[in-house]
Design a protein around this ligand. Structure first.
Ligand code: TMP
Length: 207
């Protein structure tokens, strides 16, 4: 099995930038790696992503939202993540199951046990080896966005505060598996902290 690394964080935290920098760094070391993101990155997932993020006609019940994210995840795990891990690759995923616990659980108020059950069904109990949390205040994160376009970005500040608190709680509960980083640091510094941790996990790949 390869190494499974996921990025998590609130809006505007810089996950896509950092996941791309990590991809580059691994490619430079000739380590087989794939980068993917949720929701989306499969034909079905891209359709679900559009429905989930669409601003207009946008009433989706929290339960339906949970299942739509889960459906996108089932497909991504089956088509891309599991095969790549089985080939021994490093898989970097921009958002995964913890986004659901935080956004649909802390954010929307759905039951955590139910979310965990759906997550486990969607992934076949696949868990990341490392979760990188880019922590930023909602005020700072939202201000980084050029415009607030989708159903999540348009949620009020208290929703985004619950999301942040949820992430911080989960990271504190499992410090061995989470790397929480202050996302207001310069991006080069963040990349350095990430590389320091990831490079220590790499020898495990040959095991
Ligand atoms: P992003 O790709 O720009 O991060 O947008 C994905 C949005 O979907 C983001 O606002 C977080 C939200 N989301 C959930 O609410 N639950 C989930 O399980 C996932 C993967 C994302």
């Amino acid at each position: 099995m390869g190494l499974f690394i996921t990025f998590e964080g609130g809006e505007g935290c810089g996950k896509s930038t950092q996941s791309r920098l990590l991809l580059k760094q691994l490619e430079q070391q000739n380590i087989p790696v794939v980068l993917t993101h949720e929701p989306g990155d499969t034909a079905l997932g891209n359709e679900l992503r559009r429905a989930l993020k669409r601003r207009r006609d946008s009433f989706i019940s929290p339960q339906a939202e949970l299942f739509l994210f889960a459906a996108s995840r089932v497909q991504l795990v089956a088509e891309l993540i599991r095969p790549a891990l089985e080939e021994g690759k490093v898989v970097i995923c921009d958002r995964f199951t913890y986004s659901t616990l935080v956004y649909q659980g802390y954010g929307r108020g759905l039951d955590f046990t139910a979310i965990k059950m759906v997550n486990n069904m969607a992934t076949g109990n696949l868990n990341p080896d490392l979760i990188i949390l880019l922590d930023i205040s909602p005020e700072q994160g939202l201000a980084r966005k050029r415009s607030l376009k989708d159903r999540f970005e348009l949620e009020d500040l208290s929703f985004h505060r619950r999301v942040r608190e949820g992430y911080l709680k989960m990271a504190a509960a499992e410090p061995d598996r989470w790397l929480a980083i202050d996302a207001s640091l310069p991006k080069e510094k963040i990349a350095e902290i990430i590389w320091d941790r990831v490079s220590r996990l790499l020898p495990d790949l040959s095991a």
